[in-house]
Write a protein that binds this ligand. Structure first.
Ligand SMILES: *Cc1c(COP(=O)(O)O)cnc(C)c1O
Length: 472
């Protein structure tokens, strides 16, 4: 027997010292964040080499290891920075991250209600509350996943099972070119051929409901089995909301499952403007929301809501003799039966704690502020004759470009991101290159947006000047 103390044990002193060391660094990080670069690229080679070294046989000092993490995190994009407007900023509420750490130290098994009933009730309570925000009925249910992709797969398998049964070879589903690819990916994983994913034409970036109706009719006539209509509440490229109420009506008439991908837009349902723009979402059979997008949480948190909780275990539940000791708990879901995952961390507290701690109004105010900021960005850029803005934002994403070539706009994006003060991304809409700005971080406020607009203007002037200065 070894007489040495067990390094893997954690006594009072270890927990306290380790906690204090980590907390001191996090507090310093929080102090520095407002002025932290939004992105740092092209300097990572040495760090990449350092970070790959294997673990030491006899361990190392915690401080040195945390140094390594900070060194590694200094490269690439910083979605926690107030200057980050690319893709979907995930400010990452510290309260949520610490809730996670708290829950993880307890490490309870919440895939089965019997083993942690009251913890499962915490998660269940958040999901029921969210479902009610979307106007879903009492029988609604849901699941917290790692993100919209997993939530979508879970929903698509439930829809397939509910509408097509076991023989789904001729099933078809309806999306647009602006639908996130996680739908097609989920269809592929669920065993549907690529030809099952039917792309409906759009009008002003929105699904054309009449065209969808015609396609469904034609497909039925051709012997196919339409089963799923997908509306998007905030497309990834432009934040456009499909005509959800019209699509809900179409789905009801055709007895299709109506899925709404609100991965990005869903959080805005807490605001009056968001509810108005997402009108019709209450008629969905399933809704996907990413709290790591519009509820400011850390990456790794997606939510699936379903109108009828029973559809999830119907499609996903299974069992094994090794689980024979477990009882079903009245009124509580066994999360391991609702989707592809069995074992998972307790994901409830990362949602429960911030919502209860800060209160719902704090989220609503922050989201309203983001909608105001997006309106301001749109107004300012649209009033500047240098820029072209063909679409008014439905939510918080604004797309714009300089009058001129795609190449000029690509150079503008490079210039903006090279400042490290602002980080934007781009997309292609109707075949043309657009810059994309999404003021959606809880850390981004009016003064940040004003600075970002000044940076964009300055870089636009430079890009135009260098274009004229360029030979040829
Ligand atoms: C981001 C996004 C997704 C994918 O979400 P993940 O959480 O990254 O899996 C799906 N749909 C829409 C509309 C999105 O914006």
């Amino acid at each position: 027997m070894h007489a040495e103390p067990d390094a893997l044990e954690s006594d009072h002193r270890t927990v306290e010292t380790m906690g204090r060391t980590i907390m001191a660094r996090l507090a310093r990080y929080a102090d520095d964040l407002p002025s932290a670069p939004a992105g740092r690229f092209g300097e990572a080679d040495a760090a990449v080499r350092r970070m790959r070294r294997p673990p030491a046989e006899d361990g190392a000092e915690l401080e040195a290891l945390l140094d390594a993490f900070e060194d590694a995190a200094a490269h690439g994009a910083n979605p926690a920075s107030p200057g980050y407007y690319a893709y979907f900023p995930s400010g990452g509420l510290v309260s949520s991250a610490l809730a996670d750490a708290f829950a993880q130290v307890y490490n309870r098994f919440t895939a089965v209600a019997d083993l942690a009933p009251a913890l499962v009730a915490m998660e269940h309570g958040v999901l029921r509350w969210l479902a009610a925000r979307f106007g879903l009925p009492e029988e609604a249910g849901g699941l917290v996943t790692t993100g919209a992709s997993l939530a979508t797969l879970t929903a698509l398998v439930a829809a397939r099972h509910d509408r097509l049964g076991e023989d789904f070879a001729r099933g078809t589903l309806y999306v647009t070119e602006h639908t996130h690819y996680c739908i097609a990916k989920a269809a592929r994983i669920a065993g549907l051929p690529p030809s099952a994913v039917r792309v409906v034409p759009t009008r002003r970036l929105r699904m054309d409901a009449a065209a969808a109706a015609r396609m469904i009719e034609d497909d039925r006539a051709a012997g196919l089995r339409p089963f799923l209509l997908v509306g998007t509440a905030g497309t990834t490229s432009t934040g456009t909301v499909d005509p959800l109420d019209d699509l809900a009506g179409l789905a009801a008439r055709e007895r299709l499952w109506f899925h709404v991908d609100a991965a990005y837009g869903g959080g805005l349902q807490l605001t009056a403007r968001g509810r108005a723009r997402l009108a019709g979402i209450d008629r969905a059979d399933s809704i996907v929301v990413d709290p790591h997008k519009s509820l400011f949480l850390q990456y790794g948190t997606g939510v699936l809501l379903v109108r009828d909780a029973a559809v999830l275990p119907a499609a996903h539940a299974d069992g094994g003799d090794y689980l024979q000791d477990l009882e079903t708990v009245e009124q509580l879901p066994d999360y391991g039966n609702l989707g592809p995952e069995l074992t998972r961390e307790f994901r409830g507290l990362r949602l429960w704690l911030p919502l209860h701690l800060h209160g719902v109004a704090a989220f609503r105010r922050a989201l309203d502020e983001k909608l105001d900021l997006a309106e301001l960005v749109h107004r300012r850029l649209a009033n500047d004759p240098l820029f072209e803005l063909p679409w008014k934002p439905d939510l918080s994403v604004v797309v714009f470009r300089l009058h001129g070539t795609d190449e000029l706009n690509r150079r503008l994006l490079e210039r903006i991101n090279a400042t490290r003060r602002v980080f934007l991304s781009s997309t292609k809409v109707e075949g043309r290159f657009f810059l994309r700005i999404n003021p959606m971080s809880h850390r981004t406020h009016l003064s940040d947006v004003q600075k970002a607009l000044a940076t964009i203007k300055e870089c636009a002037q430079q890009a135009l000047d260098s274009q004229y200065a360029a030979p040829g």
